[in-house]
Design a protein around this ligand. Structure first.
Ligand code: BDP
Length: 707
């Protein structure tokens, strides 16, 4: 090639290199559709799938069947390297069990052989399409395609975005909000479609676009136009839009003198506003409300109850088929009682007082998304009210988008916990899927970890949490291991040398974070404001229950919050079967020990070692585990792309130093009470206590207190 010709090619070459470099930037998430590497398997799939038939109730094209076809054509082209026709037909099969979202796959080994996806509604076909692609992506045997059928256990599977209208994401560490409110509704970022595809691929079917610390502006007409534009993009993917409703909206944007939920003018305002929303978004899901919590307005401002507030909104939504999701995350610094008890105290008596289209949304634990919490006692305490668990995908207290913490094991711990509310086996999962109390509607929410970062979630491995939330929302009986493996295969490779180390790290990671931050039931000992690092010394904050000393209660005698009858008696809020176990320090699982008990420093634990030694060894174990991951991660060189390899390696380095910071800060501080030496095997701190105590971490993303 002559020189000038080469020059002419340079831009092209650059694009080629650039696009290669971007090939594994994480944007495609788990929907990568790379050519199946195992040739015999690819051939077997190619022979089996000559055509895909979408069999729907009426056999006609819709935006949803088009989405399914587009996904299948592109996905199969990538996976099998072939163009495969996707046709539509009217289903003659009987209705599938499992409702609107159910699907069934059938492999018809004729000539040529084909796969038929049957569903009750078009959205089921889309879920079936993603299931077919997932089978191939995870290298399952072809025969499994036959009679593969599924249906979700929970009806409303929602992401909650804590996104502000100025695009700041509260507790979000992966960039700005995905929603570009300023350029909507004219500019439709293709990313909105990819967001909906990602959600649908894991079965999510709703999204609350705005922060629970709500801004009434989103309910004004110009913003409803923007909301409608997003809803239009999401609709073919079965993702319905919900909004947070600021309780004082009738005053703030409605010009009324009050927001009293029993005031007829206020009720009329909500009815008119809701009707307007449905004109823009005919399938609008409903309102999520944080009221009388952390300074947010609410019905109690007018001497009314949470039920009064929720019911006013519920009455406005009912004619349109919408729901209210009312949060139970309430605690008041005026109430002298243990913060862990306040939700049950306030909401328990309201059971039976909510309209039929109201959910009460309950965080997995009674404090606040700690690395480990026992299940929230409200699960099992409100049989007449459908409860929606609120899980946090964003790792507010588990290292944000900087540290690895795969959360499926944490969520499973809550979902599998037995409340005993209707006898043994009344697990949280069965309470929330409606089976224990026979509720016909059910919901689950995950606080999203997405943002404008190219890879959506900041940490390349944090996408596993978005994926895991969707998969568990669909089927809470899936194991963490199965989810981790699926995600790893889809996101990285089907090579054993890749699957094993990554799934091992994922599955261990949450416990590792617990070990180096808040082991043995310690909780809420993080730094104030950003919540990223340690702050066991925090003794003064806006309110007592924002301090750490309120929670760990360290003194010369020991450590931990006595929540038994001799203390706050929070255990009495659990069913007696559960209270018996949590309330007895000998029976209480050690992982919850300091949550429920104040334990002397020298009391021997199960290992025979005294509490102090055990705590110190947990902190050290956390650090050691991160170091072990660094080794196994680095061994992936050559097996995975360099881009993600180096990005995660760098993040793990940071995680190791953060883990040491947690260990050193906490142990030095607690040592001022225990007055005991570090046991053998625990490394001495790098710095004196003052260094950790005085350290100021600036501009941690997502911290609403520091903008
Ligand atoms: C806490 C967060 C705060 C949220 C609050 C909530 O620190 O930013 O607004 O929960 O859930 O975890 O309302």
């Amino acid at each position: 090639m002559k020189f000038p010709a080469l020059l002419r090619c340079l831009p092209l070459l650059f694009i080629a290199i650039a696009s290669h470099a971007r090939a594994e930037d994480g944007y495609r998430l788990w929907l990568r559709y790379e050519l199946v590497a195992d040739e015999p398997l690819r051939t077997a799939y190619s022979q089996a799938i000559n055509r895909v038939v979408l069999a729907t109730a009426n056999g006609t094209e819709s935006p949803t069947t088009t989405a399914a076809r587009t996904e299948l054509v592109a996905g199969l082209r990538g996976l099998l390297g072939r163009e495969i026709a996707v046709d539509l037909t009217k289903s003659t099969a009987p209705t599938l069990p499992g409702g609107d979202d159910a699907y069934a796959l059938r492999l018809e080994r004729g000539k040529p052989s084909q796969v038929v996806i049957t569903a009750n509604r078009d959205i089921g076909v889309l879920y079936g399409a993603f299931a077919l692609l997932r089978q191939i992506q995870t290298a399952r045997p072809v025969a499994q395609l036959d009679h593969l059928s599924d249906a979700p256990r929970i009806k409303r599977r929602l992401l909650n975005h804590w996104d502000n209208l100025n695009r700041f994401v509260e507790r979000g560490a992966a960039g700005f909000s995905l929603w570009n409110w300023f350029t909507l509704p004219e500019v439709i970022d293709p990313r909105y479609t990819d967001y909906a595809r990602a959600c649908a691929s894991i079965g999510l079917n709703g999204t609350v676009l705005t922060n629970v610390n709500a801004n009434a502006t989103v309910l004004t007409t110009p913003y409803l136009e923007k909301v409608a534009a997003l809803a239009n993009v999401f609709r073919p993917y079965g993702v319905r839009v919900y909004l947070t409703a600021r309780f004082s909206s009738p005053k703030e944007i409605g010009g009324l003198p009050t927001a009293d939920p029993l005031d007829p003018a206020v009720q009329a305002w909500w009815k008119t506003k809701t009707a307007e929303i449905y004109r823009y978004v005919p399938d609008f899901g409903g309102f999520l409300v944080k009221a009388n919590s952390e300074g947010q307005p609410g019905p109690q401002d007018y001497g009314r109850t949470h039920a009064d507030g929720a019911n006013t909104l519920a009455d406005a939504l009912a004619p349109h088929g919408g729901v209210v999701i009312w949060r139970a995350f309430v605690y008041s610094h005026e109430a002298p009682d243990d913060r862990a008890k306040q939700a049950v105290t306030e909401f328990g008596p309201l059971d039976g007082k909510f309209r039929a289209n109201v959910f009460v949304q309950v965080k997995n634990g009674a404090i606040d998304f700690m690395p480990r919490e026992p299940f929230h006692p409200l699960f099992g305490a409100m049989p007449r009210t459908p409860l929606a668990p609120e899980l946090q995908i964003a790792q507010e207290y588990l290292g944000g988008s900087t540290q690895l913490a795969f959360l499926a094991p944490m969520w499973k711990e809550t979902l599998d916990a037995d409340t005993f509310c209707a006898g043994a086996g009344s697990t949280v999962a069965h309470v929330i899927d409606g089976s224990v109390d026979r509720h016909s509607d059910s919901a689950i929410a995950g606080v999203a970890n997405t943002g404008t970062d190219r890879n959506w979630t900041g940490h390349p491995l944090a996408a596993a949490n978005w994926f895991a939330f969707g998969r568990l929302a669909w089927d809470h009986s899936l194991t963490s291991a199965a989810i981790a493996e699926e995600w790893t295969r889809m996101t990285f490779s089907n090579e054993t040398a890749v699957i094993h180390p990554i799934t091992e790290m994922l599955l261990a990671s949450r416990e590792t974070v617990v070990n180096y931050s808040m082991p043995l039931g310690l909780h809420h000992i993080m730094a104030e404001g950003h919540h990223y690092g340690p702050g066991p010394w925090v003794a003064e904050a806006g309110r007592a229950d924002w301090t750490s000393v309120y929670y760990h209660r360290a003194d010369a005698n020991g450590l931990g919050f006595d929540r038994t009858a001799t203390g706050s008696n929070a255990i009495s809020q659990y069913h007696p079967e559960v209270a018996k176990i949590f309330g007895d320090p000998k029976l209480c699982p050690e992982k919850y020990l300091l949550w429920f008990h104040h334990v002397p420093w020298d009391r021997p634990l199960a290992s025979g070692r005294p509490l102090w030694d055990e705590i110190a060894l947990h902190y050290q174990a956390g650090v050691d585990e991160v170091r072990a991951w660094q080794k196994s991660w680095n061994a992936l060189a050559g097996h995975i792309d360099n881009e993600r390899l180096t990005h995660v390696a760098a993040l793990l380095k940071r995680q190791e130093s953060d883990a040491c910071f947690w260990r050193d800060g906490c142990l030095l501080y607690f040592q001022t009470f225990s007055k005991r030496p570090l046991p053998a095997g625990v490394e001495p701190a790098y710095q004196p206590l003052e260094y950790y105590r005085d350290f100021r971490l600036r501009y941690y993303p997502g911290n609403p207190g520091e903008k």
